[in-house]
Design a protein around this ligand. Structure first.
Ligand SMILES: Nc1nc2c(ncn2[C@@H]2O[C@H](COP(=O)(O)OP(=O)(O)O)[C@@H](O)[C@H]2O)c(=O)[nH]1
Ligand SMILES: [Mg+2]
Ligand SMILES: [Zn+2]
Length: 359
């Protein structure tokens, strides 16, 4: 086994060089399962955890916890159960969403991903949603990766061509593919995106067939398909398992499980790339801060009026815009609270200090 099979290249080697001097070794995070993680080193896969010092840096907000796909600098600690992750190399791309638990933090879904497959299902259920496709694209664009839309379970659909056209209209500049993971057709069309040792990730809600796609691309049944959702003591399903697979045809693929919420993190800048026609019109509005809600000289409203702009697209644009404004406000609030707590702590320390002097 060689790290190049896991996506290592000369640029990673250069980024790693300073850590080599510290006696650390390069490794890629290949699996994340709640707190635990597994890394691929030059010759072995090991369990790993952040070193004490690294955890300290994470708590101080100086760095992120390692995510699947990350390249790390590792202290092998041969006599321990777990190797120690001492540093994460700067990420080339980073797909993050709003952390459902902590409003003011981003949760990294996958790092150093070249292409994200936005998976939906044509099973006449809720597996296919144009709004979700747009939302996922905003997340992927914000993270710096390429996107490919994948409509799975095409074997269950009577009018695949119509669904393909709809999807294409929602994400005009993204390739769209119809596949059947179970019957195996269309799947080979995805391989070129992973050629040359690139890393891909499957994104999409539970049940659309992400794990079935992994198995189809692997050519063997390594992932549980139709797996019952895991749940914690309170009955919430908390499957956060993410795993990186090496495909026999070359390339690497990350399977993600249990992504219920899909709020892009800080993707505001990228709404323009998901809705280029809205952005183009908005640039022609009379007021630069036009909200397109009836202000005079609004080019967006004018285009809606004469049908040049699709109303559904505009609605989705507005919805995502509002979500992001709301998140930004929550983040600001979080920062304010943290500042308040800090001042409270300082005040308390001061009081204790003064009390100590009085004695
Ligand atoms: N008919 C059909 N069923 C599929 C296809 N892909 C997956 N499934 C079924 O959809 C269910 C969920 O698949 P799974 O891969 O576990 O979805 P995941 O939650 O996205 O990983 C399983 O019962 C699969 O057998 C497909 O292409 N066609
Ligand atoms: Mg799965
Ligand atoms: Zn306007």
């Amino acid at each position: 086994m060689n790290l190049r099979d896991w996506g290592w290249d000369d640029d990673w080697a250069a980024a790693f060089a300073p850590h080599a001097a510290d006696g650390l070794q390069p490794a890629r995070v290949i699996r994340q399962d709640r707190g635990a993680c597994e890394i691929q080193m030059e010759t072995v896969a090991r369990s790993a955890e952040p070193t004490g010092r690294f955890r300290y840096a994470v708590d101080a907000g100086e760095t992120d916890v390692p995510a699947v796909g990350d390249w790390t600098a590792v202290d092998p600690r041969p006599t321990c159960d777990r190797a120690g992750i001492a540093a994460v190399l700067p990420r080339r791309t980073c797909l993050a969403r709003q952390d459902a638990g902590r409003a003011t933090r981003a949760q990294v879904l996958a790092a150093n991903v070249d292409v994200a497959f936005l998976v939906g299902a044509l099973d006449a259920g809720r597996g296919f949603s144009l709004a979700r496709l747009e939302r996922a694209l905003a997340l992927v664009r914000a993270g710096g990766a390429e996107a490919v839309a994948v409509l799975n379970k095409a074997d269950l659909c009577d009018d695949v061509a119509a669904r393909l056209r709809e999807a294409q209209s929602a994400v005009p500049d993204v390739p769209v593919a119809a596949v059947s993971a179970i019957e195996g057709w269309g799947v080979d069309d995805l391989r070129p995106w992973l050629a040359g040792g690139r890393t891909g990730v499957l994104l999409g809600p539970s049940g659309v067939g992400k794990s079935a796609l992994v198995n189809a691309l692997l050519g063997e049944a390594r992932q549980d398909v139709g797996a019952v959702r895991e749940s914690d003591a309170r009955g919430r399903h908390t499957t956060t398992r993410r795993e990186l697979f090496r495909l026999p045809s070359g390339g690497l693929l990350i399977d993600t499980a249990g992504l219920r919420e899909f709020q892009p993190w800080d993707a505001a800048g990228d709404l323009d790339s998901v809705f280029p026609e809205v952005a183009e019109l908005a640039a022609q509005c009379r007021f630069r801060d036009c909200r397109h809600e009836g202000e005079p000289g609004c080019a967006v409203q004018a285009a809606l009026g004469d049908g040049r702009l699709d109303f559904r697209r505009f609605e989705h644009y507005l919805r995502l815009m509002r979500e992001q404004t709301y998140q930004a406000q929550k983040r600001d609030l979080g920062a304010q609270l943290a500042e308040k707590t800090r001042w409270k702590q300082i005040a308390k320390l001061q009081k204790e200090f003064l009390k100590g002097r009085e004695k």
